[in-house]
Design a protein. Structure first.
Length: 265
């Protein structure tokens, strides 16, 4: 039978636990866990806790990855006023279909994200729609930094994605504007506690990294991500543009076809 052997080095004044078993390491780890204070995001006041499906506070240099169902509402929040959320969406059951930044800008005739803006795949389908926005400081043009791309690759690897699957992203809470001569200018952040709400139209894997922006090197601060079930939001018309309505039709057709396939399998 193995026994734990603990000795104290008088010369160095430290305790050394042998590798005979893991009891000492387990006790040490549990003592650290008990003392740790893990901060979580503030939950939306109007949303019952029973409806919340995901909640995480992402520190600077961190990332999150989660698969979310159709009809999920996602709130990204900037509690301290300097977060930068580099976001990529991948269709969960068809990972070759993912957020396409070119179409997200081209189809709605608008490079600047705001309420009612679709986040489109290259199949003309809506992966998510921006429902609400109190920030107004976002970017679809620059993509992630090298550090953010590394974080996204790590997040994607947990869902079977390879580095080549991590394409351009949208960045929330750090703004960029195009000058008349084509120069890209950073416009900074909004006030603390700004937020953006997204509505998920098709099951997606959400990858998000919290890191500085390529044109705004200020260190990032905490980023909050909270998701909850809100299928009733899918019935609300948030954009009357014909391009948006066509994208909704494409999306609903794909969803209906997928349900029919499941029913007959």
């Amino acid at each position: 039978m193995n026994h734990t052997t603990t000795t104290t080095s008088a010369r160095k004044g430290r305790t050394v636990t042998s590798t005979a078993d893991t009891s000492g390491a387990r006790a040490h780890a549990r003592s650290q866990a008990a003392a740790a204070a893990i901060a979580g995001p503030d939950l939306p006041a109007a949303v019952p806790a029973s409806q919340v499906t995901f909640a995480q506070r992402i520190p600077a240099g961190g990332y999150a990855n989660v698969a979310l169902g159709r009809g999920t509402r996602v709130r990204l929040s900037d509690p301290m006023g300097a977060a930068c959320a580099h976001l990529l969406l991948v269709r969960t059951e068809a990972p070759w279909e993912r957020l396409n930044i070119a179409d997200t800008v081209k189809v709605p005739w608008q490079a600047y994200l705001s309420g009612g803006h679709p986040l489109l795949s290259d199949q003309g389908r809506i992966l998510a729609t921006v429902l609400a926005d109190t920030s107004g400081h976002h970017d679809t043009l620059c993509g992630p930094t090298a550090a953010a791309r590394t974080q996204l690759r790590l997040a994607g690897a947990k869902h079977g994605l390879e580095p080549r699957d991590i394409g351009p992203t949208v960045s929330f809470f750090r703004g960029v504007r195009v000058e008349p001569d084509g120069t890209l200018t950073a416009t900074g952040s909004a006030a603390p506690r700004a937020s953006v709400d997204l509505l998920v139209h098709l099951p997606v894997t959400v990858l998000v990294a919290n890191s500085a922006h390529p044109l705004d090197e200020r260190p990032a601060t905490d980023l909050d991500v909270v998701a909850w079930a809100a299928p009733e939001d899918l019935a609300v018309t948030v954009n009357e543009d014909p391009e948006y309505r066509r994208a909704v039709q494409n999306t609903e057709q794909a969803w209906t076809a997928a349900l029919t396939l499941e029913a007959t399998a």
